[in-house]
Write a new protein. Structure first.
Length: 142
């Protein structure tokens, strides 16, 4: 999908789509070949490398049975010297705030690379999943 959407517009569609639970639409924001990492994921989640892996990622979020009210807040988007790259600071705000920083590379209106720095403990807490995450961490060898 080639588009005239700017990196800023793609990011805003992404975070609003996540908050609105538009799981089936979100993979279309990504290029067929992409590279999405969550560097601070406490369990070391593998990179997502194509649209089908992105689709499975969002499908799992949509079918998890866990939902919570959230909206994007405190959005600050920094443009860089590279017109494809933005740094977006924001939080998913609901009962618990989840601070995030995304570094996105958008080409032809599609995300070709993203490093998503999310406060995973706050996210797990917001979803009522903190205790299981901590139990998994406690039982995982270092």
């Amino acid at each position: 999908m080639t588009s005239d959407l700017s990196p800023r517009e793609v990011f805003l569609r992404l975070v609003h789509g996540v908050c609105e639970g538009r799981w089936a639409e979100l993979p279309d924001l990504y290029a067929e070949r992409t590279h999405v990492t969550h560097p601070f994921h406490p369990l070391g989640a593998p990179a997502l490398r194509d649209r089908e892996e992105i689709r499975a990622h969002f499908a799992a979020a949509g079918s998890s049975g866990v939902s919570f009210d959230r909206r994007p807040a405190n959005i600050t988007i920094h443009e860089t010297a590279d017109p494809e790259v933005i740094v977006a600071e924001f939080e998913y705000r609901g009962a618990v705030g989840v601070p995030c920083v995304f570094v996105l590379r958008v080409r032809d209106g599609e995300i070709v690379e993203s490093r998503d720095y999310i406060h995973h403990l706050a996210s797990a807490r917001a979803r009522g999943q903190l205790a299981p995450l901590l139990a998994t961490l406690a039982s995982t060898p270092a």
